[in-house]
Design a protein around this ligand. Sequence first.
Ligand code: ADP
Ligand code: MG
Length: 588
Amino acid sequence: QPSGSSKPPKPSFSKQDLEYYEESDFSWSKEVQAKLCSVFQLSNFRPLQRAAINLSMSGKDLFLVMPTGRGKSLCYQLPALCSKGFTLVIAPLVSLMEDQLMYLKSVDVPAVTLNASSTKEDSKHVLAGMIDKNSPFKLLYVTPEKIAKSKLLMSKLDKAYNMGLLTRIAVDEVHCCSQWGHDFRPDYKLLGILKRQFPKVPLVGLTATATSNVLKDCQKILCVQEPITLTAPFNRPNLYYEVRFKDNEDCTDQIAQMIRERYKNQSGIVYVFSQKDAAAVATDLQKKNILAQPYHANMEPSDKSLVHQRWSSKKIQVVVATVAFGMGIDKADVRFVIHHTISKSIENYYQESGRAGRDDGSADCIVFFGFADIFRISTMVVMENTGQQKLQNMVAYCQNVDRCRRAMMAIHFDEVWNDDECNQMCDVCRHGNDYITMDITKHARDVVTIVEMASSMDEKLTPLKVCDAWLGKGPAKHRKTIKVTSLSRLEVESVIIHLLLHGYFSEDFSFTPYTTHFYLKLGRKAALLKNGNHSITMKMRRRVMSPATDETQEQVETALIDVSNVAIQRHNKTKIHKNHQNMEKRLA
Ligand code: ADP
Ligand code: MG
């Protein structure tokens, strides 16, 4: 197993066990190897594929956790081809199944689907084939809804099981079972019926992102007794991770410039928050002569697949998309994934950014971190139990200035991460200690006072209003009583985010029939500020603007140092110059 960064397998499945299943002297090994070449036209297995296939062929229940694009499908398709009967595949999206079927058709593997858009004729053919001893197909793709709703399908599965023709069950995107995963689908919750009804059929669950808690939940929901879990290391060494401050005015300009210069003639994705943003940003990029098109859930299916096709065949360079552009995309040479708006969780970010560099060539994952976006997303996920916590983790990832970005992600995948392995492939590792530590106690008191005062006047303030008031730009009635800050807007935003992340502020949602508002209220730790000895420090990036030229860097530095009553510890003054050189190299 590559690198020491991944957790050792559970004791019940030891390293020796893994080695045993990595061997190629099983009774089926010759056939598996032959079909890998002759049918799938691949010469070698990727890490863990052989072990997964051998485990599955041995009849074990298995969870396979492997980054997107590494080839999880092969781990059930190849066993299906080398076994009698057929494999039942549960996949969440019809479009995903259609991609797979198209691919399987191109390599002459007989596979069929049953879904809401199947014709009567097709369904009849499929249902008959399930109980045909000659097995006219090796794979049957269905949506979880079909299992939940179609008694006819269940009865045929029952019959096929009794005839020994239901050989294997594969549950793709298995994390969809769990509410703790990032993509919960209610119909996945009902899939436990499969193992209960067909206990002798080995099941393989596949996912790119699942913590051990999510997997435990999936195991329970699917009624799998003792699955073996194979986990590929989460790390994608060829991806460069970077966070930039978002200045709403010129964010799209910056993106356009990067696409024209750094990513000239290269394919990429720009992720945006909403369907409206998708259209607007795509139009902006088009005006700057970039071949970009929007993609979102509200488009006609035919338009969606047209955009997808044009992009795959390089007729357009960029898709400006909402999260609807995701599953089933397997373009290998994506050189950049830029987030115009932060994702709603680190898991989502890992998944979305992970669409870059699947060919193992280097690629960039850049996220624009904007203050107002935090609250747009916060109100969007207000109904999700763990929505705020997940968003806070994402915000902490962006606000972070001193920890390897990979280390911050590793926590979410239960991995222990050694920063050296990043290889300077994130902005933090590359730019070293490019931050200052500020004592923000006085600032915290000032801004908490503003919110306190507003609430004593029975007034609720949005984070934006708090910023404005603090900067002396609010309504006149506030201005008289408020101590205006000398911090810059970006610093003000950073401080407010810090106070929110650390419980000095908390969110106060208010619902109207049309929209949800986010107001700031005092958090559980606000009272601590009454204590004269309580102090708060935060680390703030020096380069609050990016990419900085020498000149703006100087201005930024002076701005930070001018701040009165602020204790500033400087880190590595000399590093700055080197950082600029690095930055220039990257921009070239
Ligand atoms: P996942 O489901 O893990 O996201 P897929 O199964 O869709 O990934 O596979 C992604 C791509 O990797 C496919 O184009 C597939 O042909 C390719 N692939 C799979 N296994 C191998 C291999 N052993 N060698 C080379 N390419 C592979
Ligand atoms: Mg897949």
